[in-house]
Design a protein around this ligand. Structure first.
Ligand code: SF4
Length: 341
């Protein structure tokens, strides 16, 4: 078995005290069939303890009023894990924050999601480019099977690593890296395409509204776009100056962790467009956050990236808006809106 992963995966240590057990609250914790069956085989009292906190219709735990998992103790530790060990956790709890894909017989990709604040710090603030290695132990029960999407694991890995090398070219600006990435995946961009700043802001305001399910009026979207336009150059300049390593590691982790350029069932070009547009949506939100807080320090930025990551995972509207935008425009229009030279 070969597991391609960033080196940080083996460095990660869950620390519920540091994060207030972030992953054990405010979400739906699904309980897979295998785990249910394990508990069904236990003695009556243990079964009762487990199933009295299980909502069969939702196939998930009944969360406490506070939003916490019913098995979270006062020391931010999991009672199921303490009592019965990792094997008796639902697959999602046992696996989080690892995200694992099967990409071929005996080939896997494994990374971590920024939704875990401890992983986010490890990934984004390491002060060096993300490095990769081949591991042999999977340590996870939740695996997304992408084998049907990927015809050759070796070829996919070669292309993915080549793309990551582009994203890690510190001799180039982030914009230039994104442009090269799109060209690498087959876009043919005319030399004379000018950046269309107004449409850029308008489209991002639209995506932002969908992402936050905000049902924004046209007037509100226009105001957001105007605010963004008035401040984007200045704030993005500061962002790229102060957090260029963080941005790079964010981009590399996203690319790898979502299994680009095969994240969506479409060609590499489309996947790359979605990747770029998603990153632009992050920039838009970062600019608005900096304006509303009158600052954007590293903690703010980390918090924002983690929250947006979460949004991307759960906002169907936001992803649909990005995918529609990526699908509907020809190369020059897409680039005039999403790539700034
Ligand atoms: S996995 Fe991450 S978010 Fe969950 S308890 Fe551990 S450190 Fe906290």
């Amino acid at each position: 078995m070969k597991i391609f992963r960033p080196v940080y995966v083996k460095e990660f240590k869950c620390d519920g005290k540091a994060c207030g057990s972030r992953c054990c609250r405010d979400w739906r914790i699904l309980v897979d069939r295998d785990t249910q069956e394990k508990y069904l085989r236990l003695p009556a009292a243990a079964r009762e303890e487990f199933f009295s906190r299980f909502d069969e219709s939702a196939q998930a735990f009944k969360m406490q009023r506070s939003g916490a998992c019913p098995f979270l103790n006062e020391n931010f530790l999991c009672k199921l894990q303490i009592k019965r060990g990792e094997d008796f956790l639902p697959a999602i709890c046992q696996s989080f924050p690892r995200v694992t894909y099967k990409i071929g017989e005996e080939f896997f990709l494994q990374a971590m999601t920024l939704t875990c604040p401890v992983a986010a710090i490890l990934i984004l603030l390491r002060g060096e480019p993300l490095a990769f290695e081949i591991g042999e132990e999977l340590k996870t029960r939740q695996i997304f099977d992408f084998t049907k999407r990927i015809s050759s694991a070796e070829e996919f890995l070669t292309r993915q690593q080549a793309a990551i090398k582009i994203l890690q070219r510190r001799d180039l600006s982030i914009n230039r890296r994104l442009k090269l990435l799109c060209e690498f995946f087959g876009e043919k961009i005319s030399e004379d395409v000018d950046f269309d700043e107004e449409n850029h802001a308008a489209i991002l305001a639209e995506i932002f509204g969908e992402m936050y399910d905000a049902n924004l009026t046209v007037g509100k979207k226009n105001r957001l776009a105007e605010t963004y336009l008035a401040h984007r150059k200045n704030i993005l300049y500061q962002l790229r100056e102060n957090f260029s390593d963080v941005l790079e590691n964010y981009l590399v982790n996203e690319f790898f962790m979502r299994c680009y350029p095969c994240a969506f069932k479409a060609d590499e070009k489309f996947n790359c467009r979605v990747f770029v547009a998603t990153y632009r949506a992050i920039e838009f939100a970062a600019v608005l956050t900096a304006i509303s807080r009158a600052r954007l320090n590293v903690e703010d930025f980390l918090e924002l990236l983690c929250a947006l990551n979460d949004k991307m995972d759960h906002s169907r509207g936001g992803m649909e808006a990005i995918k529609n935008f990526a699908a509907l425009h020809d190369t020059d229009v897409f680039y005039s809106i999403m790539i700034e030279n």
